[in-house]
Design a protein around this ligand. Structure first.
Ligand SMILES: Cc1cc2nc3c(=O)[nH]c(=O)nc-3n(C[C@H](O)[C@H](O)[C@H](O)COP(=O)(O)OP(=O)(O)OC[C@H]3O[C@@H](n4cnc5c(N)ncnc54)[C@H](O)[C@@H]3O)c2cc1C
Ligand SMILES: *[C@@H]1O[C@H](CO)[C@@H](O)[C@H](O)[C@H]1NC(C)=O
Length: 494
């Protein structure tokens, strides 16, 4: 028998080694996390920092090469800092983001993240030592995820396995989830066990179906290309191009690289094969609508021909009710990526969960009653922020992709509203930046935009047509309600 010295530091090192062995050899831990994406990697580190023993499973540890998750809003960046993971965005040529510029036909309006209101609208954020100016970051997604994974790989309380989860292990008697079955190197079956299994396998989650009864709704796709040395109207701003087509997003993701994402609604006639497919659409419809300075690099990228697409999904959140299981990230909840909110939701969720599941609140994660109770709290508490991000993304997308006359008025009204400046941009961009946690601010501005649109209509129609304006105005207001209320109701469900 080896002699074990009875000093506390030695015994903790000893138990740490024991737990490492238990993960490596017996595949047993407090938590098994499925998917080392933005949410999974950050959550693994947050729980491991609290002394939990964590197994992290990822089907491919190669640097991801994707067109998603490239702009982190300031509210998400704050969460990353709170998690002690700020270093993951250093040294990867990330670009500071200080706001948005919206182009509407030939006009434009710059919408910086609000500086002055910072203290009042960012409750709980530590402003000391940080500039009082909210900033986001944009970057190559794969570089960020690789840095998050590297942090997990280096953590003494985490063991990372490159393996593809294939099914959940359910106790046939209690229906509790006990862990995960997986396939390593496409041939070897493996089994991993934990008191809590967290499924965060992304937008195409294979595990959600059995536990979540909504299916993602997809009304459009984003087609992405990488532009080289593309001059943008405002440095360090994300750019939104509005007009008669669906919206186009542009933002720098490196010193020389700019991401362009073109929203293409399902079944658009100009993308038919007769019209040259998606390339024909980008060439004939999208290119001419872009600012002249952007057109040469867009043309070059088109000629290079590296085109990729992703579905833009909406999936309302569902409460986790299964013992031993939590579904999180895109697997749980998605909104249109127009507003770049997904990673901010994911990272703020990690902050909230690590608070609710901290050893002070839940001494033992095997206490499934208590864990489920904490996930009930999680479902409602996260809404202060995520309901805003979800509803805003969906409602704004309807306006920006306007496909009928009422929506076109709302779109114009929205742009004219931004032109008013002051509170009419500070709070909307504060909502978009995941900085404001008061859902009523969203309702207030949404209906202010609707009323402003009606006022524009009345002015355009003139005094003689006032009775007509009244009818049309009511139809616009009705449309605004039809746009937003379904998404509000989706948030009120458990
Ligand atoms: C076109 C587009 C653009 C977007 N742009 C932005 C943006 O600018 N800003 C923003 O904040 N958000 C953006 N998003 C949303 C953002 O990408 C997601 O919200 C975020 O990546 C979700 O993180 P996640 O960890 O849940 O999923 P992911 O990051 O997708 O991670 C899932 C991980 O699970 C792994 N995995 C999957 N199945 C298995 C399995 N069976 N076994 C083991 N591992 C598995 C995958 O390999 C992956 O690593 C965008 C989304 C889209 C579609
Ligand atoms: C790992 O877990 C132990 C508890 O077993 C804890 O004391 C230690 O701080 C954790 N390590 C890190 C780096 O967080």
């Amino acid at each position: 028998m080896p002699l074990i010295l009875d000093s506390s530091s030695d015994s903790s090192i000893h138990s740490q080694a024991e737990r490492e062995k238990s993960r490596r050899i017996h595949h047993d831990a407090d938590v098994v996390v499925v998917g080392a994406g933005v949410l999974g990697a950050a959550l693994a580190v947050a729980l491991a920092n609290q002394g939990r023993s964590v197994i992290l499973l990822e089907r491919s540890l190669k640097e991801p090469d994707r067109i998603v998750g490239e702009l982190l809003q300031p509210g998400g960046y704050d969460a990353l800092i709170q998690l002690g993971l700020q270093h993951t965005l250093e040294g990867i040529d990330a670009i500071p983001v200080t706001g948005y510029t919206v182009l509407y036909y030939d006009e434009s309006v710059a919408i910086p993240y609000p500086t002055t209101a910072t203290e009042t609208i960012r409750p709980g954020s530590k402003t000391s030592g940080k500039p009082n100016k909210p900033e986001g970051r944009s970057f190559h997604h794969g570089r960020f995820v690789s840095r998050l994974r590297a942090t997990a790989l280096a953590h003494p309380n985490i063991s990372v396995f490159e393996t593809e989860a294939t099914s959940l292990i359910t106790c046939s008697y209690t229906n509790q989830i006990l862990g995960v079955e997986s396939l390593t190197g496409k041939i070897q079956k493996d089994y991993f066990f934990g008191s809590l299994t967290v499924v965060c396998d992304g937008y195409a989650s294979k595990f959600r179906k059995s536990y979540i009864h909504h299916t993602p709704q997809v009304k459009s796709k984003f087609w992405g290309m990488e532009l080289l040395d593309c001059p943008l109207p405002t440095p360090q701003h994300g750019v939104v191009v509005l007009g008669k087509n669906s919206p186009v997003l542009l933002y720098q993701i490196g010193t020389h690289e700019t991401r362009v994402l073109v929203d293409v609604p399902e079944g658009l006639p100009s993308t038919s094969t007769a019209n040259g497919g998606i390339k024909g659409h980008l060439q004939k419809v999208v290119l001419p609508s872009l600012p002249p300075a952007v057109q040469p690099s867009f043309q070059m990228a088109l000629e290079k021909g590296v085109l990729r697409s992703m579905p833009n999904s909406f999936l309302p959140p569902t409460m986790n009710r299964t013992r031993g299981l939590a579904i999180l990230g895109d697997a749980l909840n998605m909104r249109h990526p127009l507003t770049g909110g997904g990673m901010s939701v994911a990272l703020n969720d990690v902050v909230l969960i690590s608070e609710l599941l901290s050893p002070e609140n839940v001494a033992d994660l095997a206490n499934t009653d208590l864990v489920l109770k904490q996930f009930r709290l999680f479902h409602w508490r996260r809404k202060a922020l995520t309901a805003i991000v979800n509803i805003l993304a969906q409602a704004l997308y309807s306006l920006f992709a306007a496909n009928d006359w009422q929506l076109k008025y709302l779109q114009k009204g929205c742009f004219r509203y931004f032109q008013l400046g002051g509170r009419c941009i500070d709070e909307p961009v504060g909502l978009l930046g995941a900085l404001i946690r008061r859902p009523f601010v969203l309702l207030y501005h949404f209906f202010s935009v609707a009323l402003w649109s009606i006022w524009i209509l009345i002015q355009e129609n003139g005094l003689l047509l006032f009775p007509l304006s009244l009818v049309q105005g009511l139809l616009i207001l009705w449309k605004a309600c039809v746009v937003i209320f379904p998404y509000i109701f989706a948030e009120l469900r458990s």
